[in-house]
Design a protein around this ligand. Structure first.
Ligand SMILES: [Zn+2]
Length: 90
């Protein structure tokens, strides 16, 4: 591992934190479920299990996803492009 890789990893000590769109608590990103606006202008918000899909994303806790609604806060997070929730368990 190069010195640069070591700095980018855990040695640096930085944990990315994101805010749940339901309860607004900040948590480490890996503990949250990433939701993303599906590509192709469908207006669907879908799960991003690997947290790597392109597109505008948002986050919610596993325990909050059942309460996830297409409210104003969520609309703002997805820049008004979200029209439908597509969050059933896969
Ligand atoms: Zn939450």
């Amino acid at each position: 591992m190069s010195e640069k890789d070591a700095r980018a990893g855990q040695a640096h000590g930085h944990i990315p934190v994101r805010t749940c769109l339901v309860c607004m608590r900040k948590k480490p990103r890996r503990e949250l479920i990433r939701l993303v606006l599906e590509s192709g202008d469908t207006g669907r918000i879908v799960r991003d299990p690997k947290q790597e899909m392109k597109g505008r994303g948002g986050y919610t806790c596993p325990e909050c996803i059942g309460n996830f609604r297409l409210n104003k806060r969520v609309q703002r997070a997805f820049r008004g492009a979200a029209r439908e929730l597509w969050l059933e368990m896969s």
